[in-house]
Ligand binder design. Sequence first.
Ligand code: HEC
Length: 419
Amino acid sequence: MTKPTGDSKTKTYTRFDKVQSIQHIIFLISFSVLGFTGLPQKYMLSPISIGFFNIFGGIENVRFIHHTSAIVMMVVSLFHVLEVLYRIFVLRTPISMIPWISDARHVYDDVIYYLGRRKHKAYYGRYSYAEKMEYLAVLWGTVVMGLTGFMMWNPISTLRFLPGEAVPAAKAAHGGEALLAVLAIILWHFYHVHIKHFNKSIFTGKLSREEMEHEHPAELAAMDAGEYHTPIPEAVLRKRQMVYTPIAIAILAIFSYGFYYFIGYETTAVTTPPVGSTVQVYVPQTSTPTPTVTPTATATPTKVPSATPISAAGDAPAVSLSSTPSVANAVVTWDSSVGALFMQKCLMCHGATASGGLNITTYADAMKGGASGAVFAPGDSAANLLVVKFEGGKHPYAVLSPEELAIIKAWLDAGALEK
Ligand code: HEC
């Protein structure tokens, strides 16, 4: 409660008490630390952020500091809630931080003043509309940051109630709100309390009469008229405190449990999981068949050339036929694999439509060749039209991978057999 002390000229007015001053300092420090450790995490790939992480010995340390100051901010915010409730219900201080109709009037008066149509600014009471808006912004911001912070800190529990998008959405909101808050402090708060007029009252707790006349004329007038600080009788105060104390303890207990849950429930985001023992990854003994070469008619395991890349000139056969021992010497045939490969990759153009005169619907059709003659000539695969066409990437509409070409070459070299 603002009350006058000293005499007329040197009179100072108590604006904030020690408790408020200390709250502000703790909030200021935790806010700054959160900003300094949070923004580099938002812009983590920028060289400044990386330099910052290096100074602190890695991002894990930065996150630890971030989380610690988040806890400090949560505690001071809880304290603030309890304190405000105490002021409202025990001290019965009038609620002066919430925007009211008179504030709309003040905004209007100030606009008129700024337009030069009025001699003086609006007569603010204890808090101007600008101060009220800033306070509400802090309240809102703290709630948003707390909730989204919780979601990132405890993603698994979050996803029990919300869909998966919630966590990245929380991350976006957390970073965006952080940027907004930091800019609001730098642009708005610094301007209003440091640049426009260096107002030290949050630290000293005091305002001079002159400052009061400028900043809070309506409050000053009310004080001069003796409308302020009607002392509360001791007995009444005691009684109210007796009622408030258990309520405060209950709130404290609920929030403490909430904080404990917040901080300790999941370790996902707080620590990097320990590195387990190194094991051999699963490696199949035989090479997996290339997906495009699915066995067709036969039920026996198909031997498939290993995926060794072949050299350009085609020093055939550059493929080694790895297979299960029982079919070690089986050869690649149309029926075993090549036919299926052609069906899959070529039939759409070389079916009934026979692009370039080439129809490969059946083995017999394919062996007839295309407009340029035989395509699948058995024997020397290196000279084969098909191999030349595909190895040089000269087919304008289709490509064959080196593995697929290797199979086809192996098939040609083995005599281009049907079965
Ligand atoms: C998107 C359609 C298309 C696909 C798929 C396609 N081709 Fe062709 N192919 C053509 C056309 C059109 C021609 C004729 C024009 C040319 O030779 O440039 C042709 C020509 C050819 C020729 C030359 C025929 C000749 O006698 O001149 C061969 C060989 C050939 N294709 C093989 C294949 C093989 C093997 C495949 C599958 C891996 C295949 N093509 C996939 C459209 C296609």
